[in-house]
Write a protein that binds this ligand. Sequence first.
Ligand SMILES: [Zn+2]
Length: 196
Amino acid sequence: MASPMSASRFLDVLRDEGISVVQVGDWPTHNRNHVGPWGPVHGVMIHHTVTSGTANTVRICRDGYAGLPGPLCHGVIAKNGSLHLVGYGRANHAGLGDDDVLRAVIAETSLPPDNESNTDGNRHFYGFECENLGDGQDPWPEAQLDTIERAAAAVCRHHGWNSRSVIGHLEWQPGKIDPRGFSMNTMRGRIQDRLA
Ligand SMILES: [Zn+2]
């Protein structure tokens, strides 16, 4: 059971982890808190955007699109490793997922299959969208993977979580495939090493 950290603390922990952070517009107050709760927070969720071009990607993640208003995450992780803060609070990134997965994330145990969409993930997860086409061909530069590792570790470090509190969207919601092109188990190993 954890309350979300403040926006200023979020900025600090990301920078303390060595990340190059770009603040976009009124990100500390750009959120979906008017439609539902934000928190308690239990974990970090990693996504790919299915977009190309950092400026375009950041704009979409901040503003959303027809049928899905932004923000679509808290931070956008670009191919060059920069992290763009687009919102803070409830964001449209996780959607409905599996309550058994949420229980495993809270307990930091191994993940069960995600076969139900019965639980509001936007309430409980920090979200990072990563610039990638998601086609299994588009490369994941090491600079980008490094920032994914650092951003997730920064949040875990603040809350006293381990790497099992970090999941991919594909581990949360049936039918989702993101992030595609690297293994979440490998990424969790990197995060755990960083936290050690
Ligand atoms: Zn996603």
